[in-house]
Design a protein around this ligand. Sequence first.
Ligand code: PGA
Length: 259
Amino acid sequence: MKSKLVIGNWKMNQSFEQAEDLTTAIEDALEDFNLSTEVVLCPPFPYLELVTDHADDGAHFYAGAQNCSQFTNGAFTGEISAEMLVSLGVEFCIVGHSERRKYFGETNAVIAEKVNRLVEQQLIPVVCCGETLEQRQNNQQFTVVEEQISETLFHLPKEKIEHVVIAYEPVWAIGTGETATPAQAEEMHSFIRSLVEKKYGTETAYNTYIIYGGSCNAKNAVELFAQENVDGGLIGGASLRADEFVQIVESAETSVSEN
Ligand code: PGA
């Protein structure tokens, strides 16, 4: 069974000092493990170097950004390019988060461009998809997710898609305390894997990471990660507490060794 992937998305939280304490606490706690799980910390941009410095010093995690520009470089005030992220030692980047879609008007077309910039720089895009509550109530979740995935990712050639992480994050579960049940998560993850399989074949579909996000915490992670098609988690609120985040990583380890 392949190892799991656990990504902490700190969103727009933490002072520099708090970020330093959180990074150190996670580093210290993970030091004792012989981890197979891949762990990624995604702090706000100004703290990325803090995380890459720890990663360079041998910490058991990688650094990830929460967003990047769809443009390569130039006169785009306030933007951060994929190339800049690489120059800092960043290896992952979240794109298409529902908060970016909702508050910053990001469309599938813009997200596809961001994916392209990241792939050009050999960064790993963590591409988010997921339906709203209304869409689920209208039973549109599969159509919505299929459209998001095909419009943001399916222009990529086969050899690139395996280096993309897909994060299924039902919007109704993000920051609400309401988690998708393991069965709901598994149903959507296996649907997403079948889409990748149809387009790119069985082996590529197996190798592509599909992780779950939305009120994932130390209590529910074990069961979620035990699902056949759930390859790990994208953790928001619970990634801001070192002890809870590390427990989630432990759940990922356990779910692999038990299978
Ligand atoms: P949450 O956020 O864990 O706080 O629900 C997950 C995310 O938005 O990535």
